[in-house]
Write a protein that binds this ligand. Structure first.
Ligand code: ARG
Length: 566
């Protein structure tokens, strides 16, 4: 594919001595509307070196460039130099590239030889995998896929919340009031019930708390009975989590949760000690972070037990030593901002220059629209129920829309779950938002079903075609406005993927493929595809293919299926 930006930078660097090609390239913009060209170069920054007004510089540059084969014209407008790419060249360069390696369109090798850890999802054992976890799960999954697509080696980690004093409580509760078959039948609700029961009973009988602490200590010391119960809670919970991961098509490279680091803590505490970071405070040990404008971090309690933050410090060090990452990404809610700032600071104070490679990718909260769901298992809304309901509702919709569709169950799954994921990835991650069924499941507007439907429509056109895309294509037939608008958006896709990775922001891709889908539908509406003129049919179909492929690749990066029929 011709890199037009690079061509322009190259051309300009022959005319401009005061700037490097890179500086020039960084200034090149895509104008807000194509009447102003496909690319524009603002001349403000040249005023000093040229000792002239930007308008005049733009004019002189335009004159001196004159006619170049790649461009229909190069025009100055005010302080801008506008480049209009020859439409046939534009279409040919782009579509040929897509046709050559469809599935790779938008990918790159910028990450070759680099290793990135993406930690996401990380639910807590014996606690519900609720609607709040959906964001870390789908944002993390998308970020993992995006980095892979850009050539990075990624390692996805589910940092399960499988350790801490709550396990002592759970053991006490199970021993007193538990029932194994109940737990096996519905692990999380049963364990949650026990957990709640523990707190009710502990109000009346505070000695239960001591008992729980003792059990946790036994667990930390490797007591067989404690370990056995803990392992069983963990296995049963994971079974339930895995049902959700399967629905979402997600698997992790590692499920090393908090417990994995329990034996790695003493060494970490030693290093902190050596560096003089630990301070005693009421029998406990803390790191004073006041000089950095943060409250102190509690590292070890007075009873010797470690905490969530201690385990995060140990985990980061382990990951650096074990994986030697170039980047270590944590997709965790913004409520934990302070926690992440604290431990990353501590890692830095411990003398690890790689602290700068640890990134907290934060996100806002999801609220449920009033009356969204009645909850069969208490007050929390289980993610599994949301997904199941989305699939059921979708099945009703598609049954009404296309009664003869084959594989309705499978397709309802792809659309229903895709709709929820797409909706999650539509807003900038840091924004709080309200989950709404109506907005999520509609086939119109900026939704998953709309984009999937557009993709299926393109697939259907490609099936109906009477021509082959392997024959020579006359790209000059694609110079009308609707075609060009679509071509421009497709051309931007690789840059959009890079931008999404740089900003850890999958919504950039989500929004872009909505734009592609809209431009495709306009093109399809105004330019009939299956026409008698086979030359014309072939060129239009080639563009249909490129649009279909862009949507498909984009959806795949988001973790959303792209059914060919719906
Ligand atoms: N288990 C935690 C929770 O559900 C999230 C863990 C985030 N990851 C981490 N490395 N601290 O709130």
């Amino acid at each position: 594919m011709i890199n037009f930006k690079k061509e322009i930078a190259d051309l300009l660097s022959q005319k401009i001595e005061s700037m490097s090609e890179k500086e020039i390239s960084d200034l090149i913009e895509i104008p807000p509307n194509p009447q102003m060209g496909d690319f524009a170069f603002p001349c403000f920054k040249l005023a000093k070196a040229f000792r002239k007004a930007p308008n005049q510089i733009a004019q002189e540059l335009a004159e001196s460039i004159g006619e170049v084969a790649l461009f229909e014209k190069v025009q100055n407008e005010g302080p801008y130099l506008n480049f209009f790419i020859d439409k046939t060249t534009y279409a040919k360069s782009l579509i040929e590239n897509v046709l050559q390696q469809p599935e790779k369109f938008g990918s790159s090798d910028q990450g070759a030889g680099k290793r990135v850890i993406v930690e996401y999802s990380s639910p807590n054992i014996a606690k519900p995998f609720h609607i709040g976890h959906i964001r870390t799960t789908v944002i993390g999954h998308a970020i993992n896929k995006i980095y892979q697509f850009l050539g990075y080696e990624t390692i996805s980690i589910n940092h399960l919340g499988d350790y801490g004093t709550q396990f002592g409580k759970l053991i006490v509760a199970f021993n007193n009031w538990g029932n194994a078959s109940e737990v096996e039948a519905e692990p999380i609700p049963a364990l949650l019930k026990l957990y709640i029961k523990f707190h009710e009973e502990a109000e009346k009988n505070p000695s239960l708390e001591d008992e729980a602490r003792l059990w946790f200590k036994r667990l930390e010391d490797g007591d067989e009975e404690a370990l056995k119960l803990w392992q069983w809670f963990r296995d049963e919970s994971l079974k339930e989590f895995n049902r959700v991961y399967e629905m979402l098509g997600i698997a992790f490279d590692s499920y090393a949760g908090e417990s994995f680091y329990s034996d790695k803590m003493p060494r970490v505490l030693e290093i902190m000690e050596e560096k003089g970071l630990l301070k005693e405070s009421k029998g406990a040990e803390i790191v004073d972070l006041e000089p950095y404008g943060m409250p102190p971090a509690l590292i070890r309690k007075s009873d010797g037990s470690t905490l969530y933050i201690t385990r995060d410090i140990a985990a980061a060090i382990y990951r650096k030593e074990h994986y030697n990452f170039d980047k270590n990404i944590y997709v965790v809610g913004a409520q934990q901002n302070l926690h992440f700032q604290q431990w990353m600071k501590i890692i830095e104070l411990m003398g690890n220059e790689w602290a700068k490679d640890c990134v907290h990718v934060a996100f806002g909260m999801v609220a449920l629209e009033e009356g969204t769901m009645s909850t069969r298992k208490g007050r929390v809304v289980f993610l599994e129920d949301v997904l199941t309901k989305a699939v059921e509702r979708t099945k009703e919709i598609i049954t009404a829309k296309s009664p003869n569709l084959e594989n309705k169950d499978e397709i309802a799954k792809q659309i229903g779950i895709g709709a929820v994921v797409f909706q999650e990835l539509s807003n900038s991650r840091i924004k709080d938002y309200v989950f709404s069924w109506d907005k999520t499941l509609t086939f119109d507007g900026e939704t998953g079903p709309y984009v999937q439907y557009t993709h299926a429509r393109a697939c259907s056109l490609l099936r109906k075609a009477e021509v082959k895309l392997t024959d020579t294509i006359d790209y000059s037939l694609l110079s009308n406005e609707d075609a060009m608008n679509l071509i421009r958006l497709i051309q931007q896709f690789p840059g959009v993927v890079e931008d999404a990775a740089r900003k850890y922001e999958p919504s950039i891709i989500t929004r872009h493929i909505v734009d592609v889908a809209q431009a495709f539908n306009k093109f399809y509406h105004d330019c009939p595809i299956i026409v008698a003129d086979h030359e014309l049919q072939r060129s239009r179909l080639a563009l249909v293919f490129a649009a279909k492929q862009t949507i498909q690749n984009g959806l795949s990066l988001l973790g959303v299926a792209a059914p060919e029929r719906m």
